[in-house]
Each structure stands twice: as structure tokens, then as C-alpha cells.
Design a protein around this ligand. Structure first.
Ligand code: DC
Length: 223
């Protein structure tokens, strides 16, 4: 079974998707990490982010993989080839670059088959922007998470602080709004709630409450 979790930046997707995978014993795929890895590699190689041909070539040849501790479906690391990019893909530079790279159709065409292959017919929680709409339109459970802009900015500042990057809430709010606009208005697989997706507003909700709701949807889907 596929559980597709989509939503805008800092809507709580990663926290919730990881908790769902751990609670249900499903595999977990963070598709945003794959786009981030392409953006990080482009920056490292000094390739122009706006160059669709260069970015597509990079996406077609990059080898992104995840590293796991035994028994945990949530990876502790992300690798490009043998290079550990776990921290690099969460830097403000990659935050700023990734929407530009992810909107290139050739980049998406290269990533989507890898995402389908990863799940490979097994029970998997997949999080992203187009999972319920494009990557797994037949997912048994589709969830679209939202949260108020203020809550999302506060969460992202918390994430950044945990990663050692200080940021002001106002600046982060502006950056999130900019990314939402790019992600929602691009031509290739824009961020939209998929047909049949359940909307869950995570503002003020605990992770457990949201996971309980998704677990109830899973029970409904198998009933
Ligand atoms: O979820 P995230 O913040 O790690 O996503 C990083 C970027 O990748 C974000 O700008 C949207 C893009 N993305 C996408 O276009 N499609 C996906 N399935 C996942 C992420």
C-alpha cells in the first residue's frame, strides 16, 4: 500500500510521514530530498540552475541513495554516489535553489521512475508535492497537509536552528511564500491537492493526532 503525503513547505509533511512509517512499519521515501540532492550537486559543480538541459543531464546521471540503521524505516543519511550530502541538502543555499531545479520537466521525468522503483510494490509512505497526483495516482491513501503561514515559518526556523542556521521568522516566511508560488504555479506537476486527497490542517495539532488520523484512513482503506 502507498500512503501519499503532499503539501507545501513546512506543512509538517516530513515529521508526520516519518512518524506514520515508524508506527505502521512502512518504508519511507522523502522525494524532496531527491530534488534537493540534484540542486546541491548543481551548486557544487557550479552548473547554472536555470539551464534545463544541464539540470536534466545531472538528474539523469545522479545516484541518490539513503542510508539506514537496521530496523528504522527512516534513513539517517542521504548520499550522492559515495558523498554524504545529509547536511548539505538542508542548507539555506539549497533551500533557495531547489524549487528552480524541481520545476524543470526533464528533472521530474528523471526522478519519478526512481521514486516508483523505490516503493516497488511494498508498503511505503511517500512524501512530496505531486505524489498523489502524478507519482502514485492510485495510492490507497492520499493526504494533503496544510498549516497556517505563521506556523509554517516558525517550524522552518526551528528546523534551521536545529541544523545550526539562525534565521528570522519574517525572512523565512518570505522564502516559504516564494517557494509556494514557484511550486504551485510551475507547469510540470505543480503542487496541488490530488483528487481524493484528505486535507488535514496541522496548525496547533500534535504529531500523534495527525498520525492517528492517517492511521484511521489506512484502516478505512483496507476495510
Ligand atoms: O519537501 P522539501 O521542502 O524537501 O522539497 C524541496 C523542494 O522540492 C520543494 O521546492 C518542492 C520540490 N519537490 C517537488 O517539486 N516534488 C516533490 N515530489 C518533492 C519536492
Amino acid at each position: 500500500m502507498i500512503i501519499a503525503i503532499d503539501g507545501p513547505a513546512a506543512s509538517g509533511k516530513s515529521t508526520v510521514a516519518r512518524a506514520v512509517a515508524r508506527r505502521l512499519g512502512f518504508r519511507y521515501l522523502d522525494t524532496g530530498a531527491m530534488y534537493r540532492a540534484v540542486a546541491a550537486e548543481a551548486i557544487r559543480l557550479g552548473r547554472p540552475l536555470e539551464d534545463a538541459t544541464a539540470m536534466t543531464g545531472l538528474a539523469e546521471t545522479i545516484r541518490v541513495s539513503f542510508a539506514y540503521d537496521s530496523g528504522d524505516p527512516v534513513p539517517y543519511g542521504v548520499f550522492v554516489g559515495s558523498r554524504d550530502v545529509t547536511r548539505e541538502i538542508r542548507t539555506p543555499a539549497v533551500d533557495a535553489a531547489v524549487s528552480l531545479v524541481a520545476r524543470i520537466p526533464g528533472v521530474r521525468r528523471a526522478m519519478v521512475p526512481l521514486q516508483r522503483e523505490f516503493a516497488g510494490g511494498t508498503d511505503t509512505v511517500v512524501e512530496g508535492r505531486d505524489i498523489g497526483s502524478v507519482v502514485f495516482p492510485d495510492a490507497a491513501v492520499k493526504v494533503f497537509l496544510t498549516a497556517s503561514p505563521e506556523e509554517r515559518a516558525r517550524r522552518r526556523v526551528g528546523d534551521r536552528a536545529a541544523a545550526g542556521h539562525e534565521a528570522a521568522v519574517a525572512a523565512v516566511a518570505t522564502d516559504i511564500a516564494r517557494r509556494d508560488t514557484i511550486d504551485s504555479t510551475r507547469e510540470a506537476s505543480p503542487l496541488v491537492a490530488a483528487a481524493g486527497a484528505r486535507h488535514i490542517d496541522t496548525t496547533g495539532a500534535s504529531v500523534d493526532e495527525v498520525v492517528d488520523r492517517i492511521e484511521a484512513l489506512v484502516r478505512e482503506a483496507v476495510a
